[in-house]
Design a protein around this ligand. Structure first.
Ligand code: SDX
Length: 392
């Protein structure tokens, strides 16, 4: 029962999953976390509070929020043996497989997390993941640039701690830029959940076998890595850099897309659900204007805006209902903050983590929301008789 309609359990297991977490209206461009409009949360809340809302279903009281934030700050450290994991990866390793490997390995350090569903253990695994994923992400970046790892500083908030571990150096104090921290916190909110997308469905499906939370989240990270899903923000930047190299000629690029030359797509456009402007993209575009103005203007933003204007005036895109999605402007902000493009999908994963956790917990608690074993329509050959290889 979703409160909107009563779904027959059999229907739920075969066609779709019911959930009480996120509501999307793709035609109207509506996105709500636990009933709260994304626009209000992006403007008035913060990432820790939105994480609590998604996972526990209600906005926390002051005491609940302080307790949640304090627990997270107490778990930001990685086990020293897990830190040694990073020595084994090649220096030019893409940070996404590093992230999924390290998250999967967490269940080797916390064997009690293997109990399928014990409330206190799941709460502890929840806190450990929210606290350690930013640390793992920062270390993956430091490994790729050959710089020393910084231990977390528990006097800082989650986002500030992450920025310091990523861009700070042991030799000198690091001052977190409040503009960067606020913009990154908002981007994490905007990425925090999005109903049953590819990676979230992966987390639910893997968890439906009673695989533990770390294993399920690791699977979600791998699904997010795909360029048509979370990898799109990296692909958008590469697309804009290509147009810049071609002298900023958006008309030629649009022509290639329409002629489907070498599978060229307008990355950051289109959506399986939104057949209108992605409400997150509208908020991110506004943030991009603010942040890029402060962090150093970005000529790629000018190209992106011309590209959007060109596409939104073109019947090819309008007929196919292709509008900017969450990834179109995000990468420009990450780039202005100093993140390399390979870290963009890692940032998407940090933002999406509370949504993945919320869906895993909901599925484990309420069988009606479980993705059953998907059935198929068999379209292969009918029964045949074996022919020995000597007679083929
Ligand atoms: C995310 O599900 C989620 O919620 C995902 C996400 C989340 O928060 O978890 O929102 C995050 O993944 C956002 C999407 C990021 N991906 C991209 O930006 C990659 C580029 N986009 C496309 O790959 C595509 O738009 C999809 C995969 C996102 C959605 O594809 P659809 O809606 O299933 O559309 P389709 O692939 O069936 O294409 C319909 C038509 C086709 O043309 P025709 O064959 O009908 O002539 O539109 C065309 C496609 O060729 N098309 C595009 C296009 N996307 C679709 N043409 C050019 N550029 C594009 N980006």
């Amino acid at each position: 029962k979703t409160g909107l309609v009563t779904l027959d359990p059999g229907f739920v297991n075969t066609a779709a999953c019911s959930s009480q977490i996120t509501y999307i209206d793709g035609d109207a461009g509506i996105l709500r976390y636990r009933g709260y409009p994304i626009e209000q949360l992006a403007e008035q809340s913060n990432f820790i509070e939105v994480s609590y809302l998604l996972i526990y279903g209600e906005l926390p009281t002051r005491t609940q929020l302080d307790d949640f934030a304090q627990k997270i700050s107490r778990h930001t450290l990685l086990h020293e043996d897990l830190k040694r994991f990073f020595d084994g990866f090649p220096r030019d390793a893409h940070p996404m497989p590093v992230l999924s490997s390290a998250v999967s390995a967490l269940s080797t350090f916390y064997q009690d997390s293997l109990t399928p569903f014990d409330d206190s253990q799941v709460d502890l695994s929840t806190i450990r993941l929210l606290a350690k994923l930013p640390t793992i992400a920062a270390y993956a970046y430091k490994k790729s640039v050959g710089q020393p790892f910084l231990y977390p500083d528990n006097s800082l908030g989650l986002v500030e701690n992450f920025l310091r571990m990523t861009f700070g150096f042991p030799a000198e104090p690091y001052h977190v830029d409040p503009v960067m921290a606020k913009a990154l916190d908002q981007l994490f909110i905007l990425h925090a959940d999005h109903e049953q997308n590819c990676s979230t469905s992966t987390v639910r499906l893997v968890g439906s076998s009673q695989a533990n939370l770390f294993a399920s989240i690791s699977a979600g990270i791998n699904a997010l890595f795909g360029p048509l899903h979370g990898g799109a923000n990296q692909a958008v930047l590469e697309m804009l850099e290509g147009i810049e190299r071609d002298g900023g000629d958006v008309d030629t690029f649009v022509r290639k897309v329409k002629n489907r030359e070498a599978g060229v797509k307008l990355m950051g456009f289109g959506h399986r659900v939104y057949k209108n402007y992605d409400p997150r993209a509208a908020i991110i575009k506004k943030t991009a204007d603010e942040v890029l103005g402060k962090l150093g203007d970005d000529q790629l933003l000018e190209i992106a805006k011309r590209l959007e204007e060109r596409a939104l005036g073109d019947d090819y895109f309008i007929e196919r209902k292709l509008y900017p999605n969450v990834d179109f402007y995000t990468g420009l902000i990450y780039r202005a903050m100093g993140f390399p493009t390979r870290m963009f999908t890692v940032l998407f994963a940090i933002g999406r983590l509370p949504g993945w956790i919320a869906h895993w917990r909901e599925m484990m608690k309420d069988p009606a929301t479980k993705i059953g074993r998907p059935r198929q329509v068999y379209v292969g050959p009918g029964e045949r008789t074996y022919v020995p290889v000597t007679e083929r």
